[in-house]
Design a protein around this ligand. Sequence first.
Ligand code: ATP
Length: 504
Amino acid sequence: MANNEDLFKQIIAHAKEYGFIFPSSEIYDGLGAVYDYGQNGVELKNNIKQYWWKSMVQYHDNIVGLDSSIFMHPTIWKASGHVDAFNDPLIDNKDSKKRYRADVLIEDHIQKIEDKITKEVEKARKRFENFDEKMFRETNGRVLQHQKEIDEIRERFAALMNANDLAGLKALIEELGIACPISGTRNWTDVRQFNLMFATKLGSVSEGADTIYLRPETAQGIFVNFLNIYKTGRMKLPFGIAQIGKAFRNEIVARQFIFRMREFEQMEMQFFVKPGEELKWFDYWKQTRLQWHTDLGIALENYRFHDHEKLAHYANAATDIEFRFPFGFKELEGIHSRTDFDLSQHEKYSGKKLRYFDPELNESYVPYVIETSIGVDRMFLAVFSNAYNEETLEDGSTRVVLRLPAKLAPNKVAVLPLVKKDGLPEIGLEIFDKLKKEFMVQYEDKDAIGRRYRRQDAVGTPFCVTVDNQTKEDGTVTVRERDTMAQYRLPVDALVDEISAKLR
Ligand code: ATP
């Protein structure tokens, strides 16, 4: 069994080999943390977006969509706080010339101590039967010592981050003896703040032109259109606005493939509610969003909530849905109760009233907001890595199969004539023409049938339809299912209904 790091490498290699994800500008040696989606990747990505859009906009009579522009008035980013506070603390190692996020160096150091605890637990598990991990964590001296160390670092770290104390962060890195993984030295520069927004200039007005930014999130496009949609859509509270679109962040350390990119896509929904009702709706969206994930058939044990103890000044509740990626549990989606912060800020900076008139109370107020925000690419990685399986079959052969949820698979059906003669390709193409009106379908007649099945397994096609000599006699084909490899015959005329039923 491959370890997690090897497994992750295999997943990345598979994504490339089968046309899901390529490094951007590859023939020019690539561009850091930017990726392109190939012929299969774009289908999977579109299906993820459609699954989200349907669940939000189509299935809710009080949520509508929006497609706002990437460039927006620069004052928006002042009002939202991004110009002043969308920063990461960075530090360079003077010997390797490598740049790091100071907070990540400290988090990684804490992780190393956590790993020591895990090792102690593993050791004890080997030695004792009926091993009680909780009791062990509470009583074992070495573990307690490590835990105490972690708690102390965390406490100091949080205080320094809150106080924006960059000198203190550097001092902590030095005190913990953190060395650069490349040079091995502790020769660090001072810590500096680095704003994550990409800036550019607008068109021909270079003289005195304001700097504008590539949006670092899609949410602000929703807030500044609140009034437009509320009025033209005759919306009543509570109501939501959903948007899917590109976002850009100049991440300092962009690692882990498409987990952290500099250009990525978000699916965000802002749900406007009456003040005082926000926590009820926060709970509703927490459960609704988790359900959206598990409805795909991905086991619940791969998800957990991480409720924020320390809240941003404008939030009164926040949680992350974390997913078990190959490199551990990490944030997949954020759900935040943002009070009236954003709309009030835009009222202040724009001078326009962004209020809802409540006919029952006969008064106007600034609505509160619950936000759900998920990265399309992170969702792609979650689904893709969870689907990747290497299996040994009963006959001892192996196959790589992508057990993608059928509704997300790039192609739903592959039509495969058993041999490339005897009129079978012609029948196969006829079936292809019929099915393609309903689903994404592939037609393939090269190579032995076994190899073609493997290729379809590797890209996650849930159904293969094989045309053979019997098809000519009785109009039936063999349907082969990806996951069970079960095979059964069906009349050609029944294919659309049978496959549609299984895709629901
Ligand atoms: P992280 O802590 O991982 O940087 P964040 O808390 O900054 O994430 P949000 O600002 O809440 O993330 O963005 C909402 C969602 O957008 C995240 O849950 C994630 O799915 C996605 N996302 C954020 N940054 C990136 C990125 N650099 N690459 C890919 N997806 C991202």
